[in-house]
Design a binder for this molecule. Structure first.
Ligand code: BG6
Ligand code: MG
Length: 225
């Protein structure tokens, strides 16, 4: 027995853009006198652009210091920097094992989805040359709540026409794992500090179809179809 679908997060799972988000936010934050490190940045993973800005302002004690217009300008500046850094993305920017696991899942005739709250996701999957690997990519512009809300994962499952309980979700962020679990899917966490994930892996190198199908086979009897 296999899952009906595997749904991937993008930033930090398919490619290492999580670090590029960090660099762009750090530069914008510095301009307004706020500093933060990669540790704090963990809290921004999976969080939408405007929500990320709000968390950064709060972190710097400046939550009420900017008007809506100024906040939009700051978010726009971050996005310009981020998009500029994406120019370096090529097919070689896929994280280790991702190309192989996408091919293996396809060969097993299991559907593949994307659940990223990034408005830049369509351009990134094109640049990586993996746009055809996905049967459905949830549209971040139609999502009201970013992770840890399950909305984007539920939208991906709906677009793939699979029940969430029949699907696996893969994430590198704590908020993302929480979203997968809240959607009623089985969760795989890549990286450290993801204790809430049903399966924790150190790196995408370990992400093989064998690993995913063994995990599926070992899920608790109570949630079997
Ligand atoms: C998520 C990232 O995938 O997308 C977040 O983990 C980011 O860090 C969010 O803020 C929104 O991305 P974008 O490209 O729309 O600003
Ligand atoms: Mg991510």
């Amino acid at each position: 027995m296999t899952p009906d679908a595997v749904v991937f997060d993008l930033d930090g799972v398919i490619t290492d853009t999580a670090h590029l988000h960090f660099l762009a936010w750090r530069a914008v934050a510095q301009e307004i006198g706020i500093t933060f490190d990669e540790n704090f940045n963990e809290q921004l993973k999976g969080i939408s652009r405007m929500d990320s800005l709000q968390r950064i302002l709060q972190h710097g004690g400046k939550a009420g210091a900017f008007s809506d217009k100024q906040r939009l300008a700051l978010a726009g500046k971050k996005n310009d920097l981020y998009v500029r850094s994406l120019a370096s993305l090529t097919q070689a920017s896929l994280l280790p094992g991702i190309r192989e696991v996408l091919a293996e899942i396809r060969a097993a005739k299991v559907k593949i989805g994307l659940a990223s709250v990034s408005l830049n996701a369509p351009g990134i999957v094109q640049a990586l040359g993996v746009h055809k690997a996905f049967d459905f990519c949830a549209d971040a512009s139609r999502i009201a709540c970013s992770k840890p809300d399950p909305e984007i994962f539920l939208a991906a499952c709906a677009g793939l026409k699979v029940r969430p309980e029949s699907a696996i979700g893969i994430e590198d962020a704590a908020a993302g794992v929480e979203a997968i679990n809240a959607a009623g899917m089985l969760s795989v966490g890549i990286g450290s500090g993801l204790e809430q994930a049903g399966l924790q892996l150190h790196s995408t190198r370990e992400l093989t179809w064998k690993c995913l199908s063994d995990f599926w086979a070992s899920r608790p009897v109570l949630i079997r179809n």
